[in-house]
Design a protein around this ligand. Sequence first.
Ligand SMILES: Nc1ncnc2c1ncn2[C@@H]1O[C@H](COP(=O)(O)OP(=O)(O)O)[C@@H](O)[C@H]1O
Ligand SMILES: [Mg+2]
Length: 225
Amino acid sequence: MMTQIQSAVLQAEHLSKSFQIEQTGISVIKNVSLEVKAGEFVAIMGKSGSGKSTLLSLLAGLDYPDKGRVLLNQDDLTLMDEEQLALKRQRDMGFVFQSFHLIPTLTVTENVSFPLQIAGLVDDDRVDELLNAVDLNHRRDSLPHQLSGGEKQRTALARALVSKPSIVFADEPTGNLDEKNAQQVMDLLINLQQSFGSALVVVTHDQAVADRADRVITIVDGHTV
Ligand SMILES: Nc1ncnc2c1ncn2[C@@H]1O[C@H](COP(=O)(O)OP(=O)(O)O)[C@@H](O)[C@H]1O
Ligand SMILES: [Mg+2]
């Protein structure tokens, strides 16, 4: 098991990405290589517009790089089609976004169990475990619009971890929360990640979040520095 703890869950090699705007190609990610080890917590920092969200979407197989490759548990995401990527995301990844991305017509419980459901699984004990872990058992039948920002993001945390992903990606997960809720959500995210052993990659502006990471990667103008 020791070798597994040390092994890389995610390896990005020489990633480049441009966006075509009218006739001009704008280079947004420039030859970025990085590695995330199993169970490791990595923070990605950088100014607005430096390419953090673009990098995260390449790492998570939400978009394809122009050059380079991304290995998740040894599988090259850049060789997969959309369907294979969707399956890979279901099985191996969890996501937390700044704007929560909950399904508005589903209750808290249904949102949390959604990743299991689309994978054809039922695990009510696991859903209960997560609802308790984020202290939302008493809100389990509420709809997202009935929740505070902090409660919405705690629902999203439970959903991100319900299928025991090997890695969780979070893009400014506390960006829409006040300081108190931001602190609570980050505490929970780190506790959950540690107790379930998932790796965690968090894009953040918040130095307090970065201070708690095992490692900080800084992006300046599409490069790692
Ligand atoms: N789909 C897109 N089409 C064109 N330009 C984009 C697209 N996505 C991002 N960009 C540009 O890439 C740069 C980096 O964006 P982003 O990765 O969102 O930065 P960050 O998350 O660090 O604020 C910005 O200049 C942005 O305008
Ligand atoms: Mg961004």
